[in-house]
Design a protein around this ligand. Structure first.
Ligand SMILES: CC1(C)c2ccccc2-c2ccc(C[C@@H](CC(=O)O)C(=O)C(=O)O)cc21
Ligand SMILES: [Zn+2]
Length: 332
């Protein structure tokens, strides 16, 4: 029985100008889990064996010894924010002038011992790093053995019961304390399994789209919120004040279900040490259109309209004016 004494305190959470409801924590055998998964509602699944073999022995030293000797993708940032960007969109045809985009992070391929050394030697003001590695054939034997002993029966059971699509990847993430992955949504179902250290996750439902102001689709930061949570520009993003979110702090063994299209902001706790997470991304299931449309289907429809308009107008700067002409004063 793990001590229910909290292993962290509020001073380790970054402060934002928003209040959040708690995401429910439910024991993995409880049927409430399936009720929430069926509704595409987030839930923290507790007490499961989903990644238990990893929780029992993975830490930075173990990964250094067993992650294998291939190069690993490491993101480097001048600050604590790791904002994802799609480099294919930097100079894509739908962005002909290649509007000058300054990538906020850069990618460095490095060996695991280099990564670990940089974490050990890190001093305030140094660049921060974030390792992302697919759990595939390149990992060492010990990690492969642990991986096959994950509770796949439980995971596959949920995938089948809730008609999720195929598992597309299991990614391993090693972050430094204080690293932040800013608010974005993915187009996949996600079992976000915390293995080591503590991560705070803030989630918003897809219907908060107008409070979170996503970048235009052709922008490299497609699917990411334009709002800087630490310094929101309320003139540009007035509705951000009304955003209604949910939060939780995950510890080793906790698995957070992040429903497809749900916004999420993730931070490794301040002075909480490095964190290790494994995610399980599944394609969304068959979206049989049933009415009334659910919120993520509306996001998907808006994305398709935006893509079509960029395609047909060619110049992305034409999209805004055409949409304003079409709706302002007409659709009240
Ligand atoms: C920040 C980083 C390393 C990154 C840099 C550049 C391109 C992509 C990504 C990327 C994608 C996913 C994650 C894991 C997680 C967030 C978290 O745990 O920090 C998350 O969002 C999810 O599981 O959906 C983290 C990253
Ligand atoms: Zn994500």
């Amino acid at each position: 029985m793990t001590s229910d004494k909290k292993q962290w305190d509020y001073s380790q959470l970054r402060k934002y100008d928003l209040n959040f409801e708690q995401i429910p924590r439910v024991y993995y055998k409880d049927s409430k889990i399936d009720e929430l998964l069926a509704l595409n509602r987030p839930v923290v699944i507790t007490g499961s064996n989903i990644v238990k073999p990893a929780c029992e022995r993975w830490n930075l030293e173990f990964l250094e010894d067993h992650l294998g000797n291939s190069d690993h993708t490491v993101y480097v940032s001048r600050n604590h924010v790791f904002k994802y960007y799609d480099e294919k969109k930097i100079l894509s045809k739908s962005n002909p002038k290649g509007v000058k985009f300054k990538p906020p992070t850069r990618i460095v391929e490095m060996k695991v011992y280099e990564f670990m050394q940089k974490i050990r030697d890190w001093r305030h003001g140094d660049d921060r790093i974030y390792l992302q590695q697919s759990l595939n054939a390149s990992v060492g034997q010990a990690i492969a053995e642990d991986f096959v002993r994950f509770d796949w029966q439980y995971v596959n059971g949920k995938q089948d019961k809730h008609n999720w699509g195929p598992l597309t990847s299991n990614l391993l993430f090693v972050a430094m304390e204080g690293n932040v992955t800013p608010c974005h949504y993915d187009e996949q179902q996600n079992f976000f399994a915390q293995v080591y250290g503590y991560k705070r996750c803030i989630l918003f439902p897809p219907n908060q789209f107008e409070c979170l102001y996503p970048h235009p689709i052709f922008h490299p930061h497609d699917r990411q919120s334009m709002v800087d949570f630490e310094k929101p520009d309320y003139n540009k993003f007035p509705k951000f004040k009304q955003a209604k979110g949910f939060e939780t702090v995950l510890g080793p063994g906790d698995v957070l279900y992040i429903p497809i299209y749900w916004w999420h902001h993730v931070e490794s706790l301040l002075s909480g040490g490095p964190t290790i997470t494994i995610n399980f991304w599944f394609k969304g299931g068959p979206t049989n259109i049933e009415y009334p449309l659910n919120d993520h289907q509306k996001v998907s429809i808006m994305r398709n309209i935006e893509k079509m308009l960029v395609e047909v107008l060619q110049d992305p700067k034409e999209v805004g004016p055409l949409l304003r002409t079409m709706v302002l004063g007409r659709f009240t």
